[in-house]
Design a protein around this ligand. Structure first.
Ligand SMILES: Nc1ncnc2c1ncn2[C@@H]1O[C@H](COP(=O)(O)OP(=O)(O)OP(=O)(O)O)[C@@H](O)[C@H]1O
Length: 304
């Protein structure tokens, strides 16, 4: 009943296809929308919130289309990525503005409840321009939650936060997820998603690349071929020894000082290299991944 369902959703801007035929079901609990910059996460969240019409396909919440229905907007809260807020207002006034806009029955009480939820009661009387980055994010969450929606959508909520602010926000979202809300947050940082999300939806270049629980996605990512740059006291001998190891898929001398090694079994490789070097009295000087960019991980996933 409270699932948010995307069916064949696309969105294009002129020639740019920002979202390409995405279908997914978002259920109660926390889902991470993971993808590199420009993957289409913001566009997807805007369509989920009913702010942006899809060029094709549909978004529904419990069988009701999310767009242009005031009654559905009551069930959805969006925390946009934009930093700009009405800085001249106090935190309380800002949240109250949302409460009035949503026409909640007791806006004053709803405002206090939302402020309490994000733990900003002490700072609610201060103007927003005096807030830290983390406080600004939290007041945005309070504004999005003031009408007590079933679905909360957050665009890059941890952007620019320090570890303490990050932890507070994670606790808040975990709590909301445990209370049965459907929480969807976007991120381009794997670790962030790993810490928080029960389910992960991966989008790359507008396409839905993978879906599952975090362990499945992580396995897909770590099983891909990984390349390392290696320097040692005897590269030539080490290359020959490594090639005989089952975890190594290829090894070649790149120049006089460097060896390039490819593995498709990261766990085993990590144990094999030091063991082999030690057994043959070879000194390891460097072992560096050469292709660890998130983009390369994602493009591997898309083609997997
Ligand atoms: N209003 C627009 N007009 C034209 N192109 C757009 C518009 N909004 C987004 N795009 C393009 O659509 C694609 C997806 O953008 P989107 O902002 O949804 O991605 P994202 O995953 O949220 O990335 P980021 O994390 O960098 O915001 C990009 O190529 C972007 O340039």
């Amino acid at each position: 009943m409270t699932d948010l369902v995307l069916a064949g959703v696309s969105r294009w801007y002129g020639n740019v296809v920002a979202v390409n035929d995405v279908s997914m079901v978002l259920s109660p609990g926390i889902t991470g929308l993971l993808g590199p910059n420009g993957a289409g996460k913001s566009t997807l969240l805007s369509m989920m919130a009913g702010l942006l019409p899809p060029s094709a396909g549909s978004v529904t919440l419990g069988d009701r289309p999310v767009r242009e229905r005031v009654s559905v907007y009551r069930d959805i809260g969006l925390v946009p990525v934009q930093e700009q807020l009405y800085d001249f207002l106090t935190g309380r006034q800002l949240v109250r503005l949302s409460a009035d806009l949503q026409q909640v029955s007791d806006p004053a009480a709803a405002t206090e409840r939302a402020i309490e939820l994000v733990d900003l009661a002490d700072a609610a009387g201060r103007k927003v321009h005096t807030y830290s980055k983390g406080m600004r994010q939290r007041i945005k969450v309070a504004s999005a939650l003031v009408h007590d929606p079933q679905v909360l959508l957050l665009d890059e909520p941890f952007n620019g936060m320090d570890p303490i602010q990050r932890r507070q926000m994670m606790n808040l979202l975990t709590d909301l997820g445990q209370r049965g809300r459907t929480i969807v947050f976007s991120s381009h940082i794997l670790e962030e998603v790993e810490q928080l999300a029960r389910r992960v939806e991966v989008v790359v270049a507008g396409r839905h690349a993978a879906s599952g629980d975090f362990a499945e996605i992580r396995r897909l990512m770590t099983d891909r071929p990984n390349q390392y740059r290696l320097r040692s006291s005897d590269n030539r001998r080490l290359a020959a020894l490594l090639l005989a190891d089952p975890s190594v898929r290829g090894a070649r001398l790149r120049d006089r000082h460097t060896l390039e090694v490819e593995t498709d079994d990261l766990g085993r490789f990590a144990h094999s290299v030091p063991r082999i070097a030690r057994a043959h009295d070879i000194r390891l000087l460097e072992l560096t991944p050469t292709d660890e960019s998130l983009e390369s991980v994602f493009s591997y996933l898309v083609n997997a």
